[in-house]
Design a protein around this ligand. Structure first.
Ligand code: EPZ
Length: 418
């Protein structure tokens, strides 16, 4: 069993480079199924979620192997189009692989991915979108059976700008004759990255990053070498940590416009932010100022994946903040652990009221999900005294080496295996 031990209360100083984006690399690995030629994904992060996606493509009969930080995927020998519950249970976002398997095999069977700690995670928008392309879909005792023998291009109106559904449908349309149009598409940078990757393979996708995406199907896609975008949520996590502990840190290898929704709100806490090229520098001291209302929403608004980290930072604010979580119905679970550190937080449904306290004290806490776990590390870094964060495997799903990164910035933090 592992745990992360933190002796908090120290400001953070130095420079840190950001890993490649987990939520860009995952759909890109799924999109490798669209070609029978080798693809090299450069600087691919070594994460539990990435390993779960690699297990899925290998299960389908594909080749996937890291060579250092480069991941080579070749789906020439894809031999299966069935993804069982063991695999979807390990990675619920794997539902977006449906589109690429249907494009390649025209039939696919996938166990319903089910919910997770932060919400039910329904897939109705994925199903409705595929049905708009005349995919015949039946739910047979939790196995989603897709018959795409007569699937064709078409217009899809998403009721909600779902990231995963947009990615799924881009991959479903990539090899279809004619033009597929996604209306009310998600606009996240990861969507733009997936479109750029498919276009690097010879695809014809335009409008990614806007609400209407057009996919002109092509007969065949070829292999390529591609470096996905940097992880905007990891960048935001480091910046929020400095706002919580104080200090002066430069986060390198980011795309500043990807994190505007984060840095603009950090400025409201009194942190100073400066941008130079692909580096963002934050300086903070004393207690952060509160953010009277912080609402999560789809890009380019404030991202839900940064909500727990900001909440942890605001526990020490010089006033009260109200956090409204508009994306997921159960994304405040981590606050119970923050209460053990002396935080003063009241949660009702999708609203959390955070009454800032001068100091947090160290405690033994348990990570229950990815971003909630990152929030506990931020709180531990800001707290006086020793904290122990149990179940760090949740954090490892999205951060390659969170304790090493913060140790590089002067934190007294280490991982212990018992
Ligand atoms: C992606 O999840 C990310 N995951 C999530 O990051 C992120 O929080 C989310 O987008 C929102 O930005 C990956 O990219 C692997 P959605 P996804 O479909 O695609 C509802 C992390 O921490 N919805 O945009 O599942 C859903 O219930 C993870 O890295 C439906 O109702 O997000 C939610 O309320 C957590 N029906 C909202 O849409 C559907 O068919 C957003 O979901 C699909 C979604």
């Amino acid at each position: 069993m592992q745990k992360i031990i933190v002796d908090g209360g120290l400001p953070l100083y130095g420079e840190i480079s950001v890993q490649t984006a987990k939520n860009a690399a995952l759909p890109i690995i799924a999109a490798c199924i669209l070609t029978d030629e080798p693809v090299v994904i450069e600087n691919c992060p070594h994460l539990n979620d990435i390993n779960a996606m690699i297990d899925i493509v290998r299960h389908l009969g594909c080749f996937a192997q890291f060579d250092g930080d480069d991941l080579t995927v070749c789906c020439k020998d894809i031999s299966l189009n069935v993804i069982n519950s063991d695999l979807t249970g390990k990675l619920r976002s794997s539902i977006f692989i449906l589109g690429s398997i249907l494009s390649r095999c025209r039939r696919a069977y996938i166990s319903h991915p089910g919910g997770c700690e932060i919400g039910l995670r329904p897939i109705d928008l994925h199903i409705a979108g595929l049905k708009s392309l005349s995919v015949k879909i039946e739910d047979d005792c939790g196995v989603i059976c897709c018959d795409g023998l007569e699937m064709h291009s078409g217009v899809i109106n998403l009721d909600f700008a779902s990231v995963g559904a947009t990615e799924n449908l881009m991959m479903a349309g990539a090899l279809l004759d004619g033009e597929t149009v996604i209306v009310n598409a998600a606009r996240e940078p990861e969507i733009v990255d997936l479109a750029a990757f498919i276009n690097a393979m010879g695809g014809k996708i335009t409008g990614a990053g806007e609400s209407i995406i057009r996919i002109v199907g092509v007969k065949k896609l070829h292999g390529c070498r591609y470096r996905p975008m940097p992880d905007r949520i990891c960048a935001g996590t480091y910046l929020a940590a400095v706002a919580a502990t104080g200090g002066n840190v430069t986060v390198k290898d980011v795309v500043p416009e990807h994190i505007l929704g984060i840095t603009e709100r950090l400025k409201k806490t009194g942190a100073r932010i400066s941008v130079r090229g692909s580096s963002v520098r934050i300086t903070a001291d004393g207690r952060p100022r509160p953010i009277h209302k912080l609402e999560t929403n789809v890009y380019p608004a404030f991202p839900t994946d940064m909500q727990p980290q900001f909440c942890a930072m605001l526990t020490r604010a010089s006033g009260s903040s109200v956090i409204i979580e508009n994306l997921f119905e159960n994304r405040f679970g981590y606050t119970n652990e923050l209460l053990r550190m002396g935080a003063a937080i009241t949660v009702k449904d999708r609203i959390a009221v955070v009454n800032g306290v001068p100091t947090l004290h160290g405690a033994a806490v348990r990570a229950c999900d990815l971003r909630g776990g990152a929030a506990l590390v931020i709180a531990a870094l800001a707290a006086e005294g020793r904290s122990v964060v149990y179940c760090p495997e949740h954090i490892d799903r999205g951060y390659e080496h969170i304790e090493t990164d913060f140790a590089l910035l002067g934190a007294k933090i280490r991982r212990v295996t018992e």
